[in-house]
Write a protein of this length. Structure first.
Length: 414
């Protein structure tokens, strides 16, 4: 039985912090904050905090439980449901879906981290993973995203999606990377704000609610996650993401964690048998509209427009995920057939290539529990079959090989 998550856990971290406001970096809103712009009281209001250094902040209302869905939104929802259903069906029939999960997780981590301003490439991340070395800088943020996603999925075996789970994932996200000093795993106790580089709280484009309101807001948020809102699950998920991003409960990492929240909800609500759908690529491609749609809900209550944007993303990314799954499965089966008459364990190396098409002898040796010489023999055999190509060596680094056909499927559209 899943343990209960209590909102009271949040309250314990809300002691007053006198260190002053901190910037929440990595987000870009294109709209200027003006209290007069916010005319949607069903979703929240702008208030001024008391005291000499008071400022205007946005105080969200609880998510309206039953926003009406117009005909256009229902049509888009139907398309998203069908696309997600096809992906779910494929996930149940894949010969080994676990082999295909890591490529999807890696793509999601890259796209989500790029939204926050990181510059890591797919080849950078795959290379670090293949060599088994400590990731730093931008690559470290992407690797932490992958670790955080895995941590959250593991926690779903014992917890519902709740703040306790999100706090543990947040701690992983910021470990030993930019923002690590910003209270990993702890709800903020000082005011943050969002805006372009160099923005002050006076020139910020969005100022989330003050810290002394977070206990109540996050308690209501958890209640919403586990309520029966009278909305289809995908719309419920869209509104949960909106509310989390609006509350902005941490000093850093809110964007990444809010996008992971979508993955956790889809898995927790059994909408997908495996975590194969990720929306960060959609949000990255349409980054300006993504932020504008969130802000338009706050300012003008344009919830239908936000839902349609979110649902179109589900439909597009579900179709993309299904196509990649089929192509990766086809390559895997083709490779495995070609090595059947050769060394039996070459099929296991093929599975390693689907997980990460960059390979080293050390990686094969450790994964298959064989000697380095046996690992090298397997790699040479796949190279002779045209499945692997040696990468130009870098002084001081071990030799690496890449399965180009697999890499191109993972990288397409990045």
């Amino acid at each position: 039985m899943k343990a209960a998550c209590l909102a009271s856990e949040v309250q314990s971290s809300l002691a007053t912090d006198r260190k002053g406001p901190k910037v929440s970096p990595g987000s870009l809103y294109l709209l200027t904050v003006d209290p007069g712009d916010f005319g949607a009281p069903d979703f929240g209001e702008v208030i001024r905090t008391p005291g000499r250094h008071g400022c205007h902040v946005y105080l969200p209302a609880p998510v309206p439980p039953r926003p009406e869905l117009d005909a256009e939104t229902v049509l888009v929802l139907s398309e998203a449901d069908r696309a997600l259903g096809r992906l779910a069906g494929a996930g149940r029939h894949l010969p080994d879906p676990n082999v295909l999960i890591l490529p999807y997780v890696t793509r999601e981590a890259l796209a989500s981290s790029r939204i926050e301003g990181t510059q890591a490439s797919l080849s950078d991340v795959l290379d670090v993973q293949a060599r088994g070395v400590q990731a730093t800088g931008d690559v470290g943020e992407v690797v932490n995203y992958i670790r955080g996603l895995r941590r959250g999925l593991d926690l779903l075996d014992e917890l519902p999606v709740c703040m306790r789970l999100l706090r543990e994932v947040h701690e992983v996200l910021l470990e030993d990377v930019r923002g690590a000093e910003r209270r990993r795993g702890e709800i903020r106790t000082s005011q943050n704000w969002i805006g372009p580089a160099g923005a002050t709280i006076e020139t910020a484009t969005f100022v989330p609610p003050p810290p002394d309101t977070l206990g109540k807001l996050l308690g209501e948020f958890e209640t919403y996650l586990h309520s029966e809102p009278g909305l289809p699950p995908l719309a419920h998920c869209a509104m949960a993401h909106y509310q989390f991003e609006t509350i902005h409960p941490f000093l850093d990492g809110n964007g990444r964690l809010g996008r992971l929240l979508i993955v956790f909800l889809l898995r927790s609500w059994d909408l997908l048998p495996e975590p194969l759908l990720y929306l960060s690529a959609w949000f990255e491609t349409h980054r300006t509209e993504y932020y504008e749609r969130l802000q338009a809900v706050r300012e003008r209550g344009e919830v239908e427009e936000w839902l349609r944007f979110f649902l179109r993303g589900v439909a597009v990314q579900a179709k993309d995920a299904l196509d990649r799954a089929e192509r990766l499965s086809d390559i895997r089966e083709m490779y495995r057939r070609r090595v059947t008459a050769s060394r039996a364990r070459l099929g296991e190396v093929v599975d390693l290539l689907v997980e990460n098409p960059v390979v080293t002898a050390k990686r094969v040796s450790e994964a298959l529990a064989v000697t380095p010489q046996s690992a090298m023999n397997y790699i040479r055999s796949l190279q002779e079959l045209g499945m692997l190509t040696e990468i130009d060596p870098i002084p001081g680094r071990a030799k690496r090989w890449v399965a180009h056909e697999i890499y191109e499927v993972i990288d397409a559209g990045s």
